[in-house]
Structure formats: C-alpha cells, structure tokens
Design a protein around this ligand. Sequence first.
Ligand SMILES: Nc1ncnc2c1ncn2[C@@H]1O[C@H](COP(=O)(O)OP(=O)(O)OP(=O)(O)O)[C@@H](O)[C@H]1O
Length: 318
Amino acid sequence: MNDFSVEADGLTKYFGDYKAVDQVSLAVPTGSIYGVLGPNGAGKTTSLRMTLGIIDPDAGTSRLLGGHKPQSVRHRIGYLPEERGLYPGMKAREAIAFMGALRGLDWSEGRRRAATFMTELGLERVIDAKIRKMSKGMAQMVQLIGSIVHAPDLIVLDEPFSGLDPVNQERLETLVRREQARGATILFSTHVMAHAERLCDRIAIIARSARRFEGTVDEARALLPMQVRYTPRDAGDSAAVAATLPAGAERRGDAWHFAIEDDDVEPLLARITASGHGVTGLSISRPALHDAFVHIVRQVDASFDADAAEDAIEEASA
Ligand SMILES: Nc1ncnc2c1ncn2[C@@H]1O[C@H](COP(=O)(O)OP(=O)(O)OP(=O)(O)O)[C@@H](O)[C@H]1O
C-alpha cells in the first residue's frame, strides 16, 4: 500500500495572466482525513481539479493511489464536484445506483447500497423520492452518497458542507468518519473551520493562490498564543489587578482578557494567587482553528497589500 494516496507536487495554473494556483503541493497520507482550507477564490477548487486530472496544470504533477496518471485509477476514486446536479426525474435510490454504475458498480448492488446508506444516515423516508421534489441540501446528500457508493479508496469532496443544514452537516461528518473507518482516504475543501477542526488529521491552508500552512490542526492552533479570561473576586482596584497581569490585558465587564505563551501559564497562576485579588472565573484555552486561519490569511493579505503599496510608490516616483 502507498503511504500517500495523493502526491501533488508544485501544481500551478494560470487563467490568462492571473496565477490562480501557485506551486501547490499536497501529500495526503493513506487512511487520513485531509482538509484543504482557504478563503473564497483562494484556489482550492482549481487545485483539487488539477490533483484529479480534470484540468491540466501549467506546471507540476499529481499521482493518485500510486498511479502515474489520475485517469488510470478513476474507478477507485469518488468525487463530489463544486457543481451540484443530478437528473431531476430520478428517484434518490436510482440516482445513487446510476452514479455507482458510472464507476463500475453493479446496478442492483448500487440500489441495495443506496438504501443501506440512506437508512444508516436517517434518510430512509426519501429513498424513493424524486430529486426534483427534494430540497437542495437533501439532493446534495444524495449526490454525496452517489459519489462514494462504489466504495472508493480515495474520496475527494469539494466544499461538501456548503448548503447543508446543521443536521445534514452532522450526517456528512458521520459519513466521512465511517468512510475513514472502512479504510478510505478523504480529501475535502472547505472554508468552514469547525468541520475541519473536528474531522481532519491534517490540513493545508491556501490563500492568494499558494499554500501557506501544512500540518495538523493542533499545529495550526499553536501558531497563536493561549487566550486567558480571568475574573478576580475583588475587581474593585482595576489598576492593582492590571499590575499583576501581562501588558495588554483588557477589561471587559468583570473579566480580564489577555494572551500568554505556553511557558507562562504556571508563573501567571502563581502571580494571581500571590496578588490576593482572588478568582471567581479562569479559563486558559488555545484559540480555535478559525482564529489561526484568520491570522494566516490576514498576514498573507497584509504582505500583498504592502507589496501593492510599494509598487504604487515606485510607479508614482518613476
Ligand atoms: N475557468 C476559469 N477561468 C478564469 N478564472 C478562473 C477559472 N476558474 C477559477 N478562476 C479564478 O481562479 C481563482 C481561484 O478559483 P477557485 O475556484 O479555485 O477558488 P476556491 O478557493 O475554490 O474559491 P471558492 O471557495 O470561492 O469556491 C479565482 O479568482 C477564480 O475567479
């Protein structure tokens, strides 16, 4: 078995003069859930399409499941594209079996698996409903099941959570975990951090066409200092409390908010205890993936803005 189910190296794509993807590499460990995260327009969809061989890169290569060409392993891949769409006249069960048949799955086996999937996910009441009568979110769930009904080794989902209500989002998380437990590798794109935080073994963050971070969710969160919320029992003398806390501590109501590095947790506790101001509330937590994501994207945006400002100054003085 290959250590990596996806090995994309230096993928680059221009649309006219615009570099939509700039040397993006993705190494997705076999059996993992891997998230490609990025703001709108970052280049996620284009990167996934090049990875799958749907569009040709201007530079770079992609190997899937150890094959030299993505096309050579297409029956072992399940893909939910950004464009959603099923035949509206089909019933859910038929639509799923049809998608499976396109990837080589026997029709009656596809119908059987469709019913099993839908029942397990609590969707049994719409097994025989026509697609045209379904809500958009429900039709998306059917398309999702259709994209994995042939039990692929590699599942690639482009923004699978967008357009789903919270109940269906949870069904999808369950589905992704079950597919991983079956042995599949899952690669999905999203700009909603909560799903990535709960699901992903590793993530890549793409912003302004290039990969800006690669690692585990915890590694991303560790890019930012810990957040502290401290409520003294004796909040009366604000200046005296502030003197025991790190510079920049900010009072909101009765609580003080500030950031500290990992090594400063114990010294902080000692200082608070010694101060005599007491404690009625104290929480020390890592920022969420959302905060790390916003931090990375803002840094990238700021460096682009700085470059643009420099270019403008150069142009003005030329
Ligand atoms: N076929 C195309 N022709 C011209 N420009 C394109 C084409 N496809 C994508 N782009 C541009 O390339 C950039 C990256 O698009 P892409 O769809 O890959 O981003 P994304 O990260 O998936 O965004 P979103 O989350 O909004 O779907 C965008 O600026 C987009 O407008």
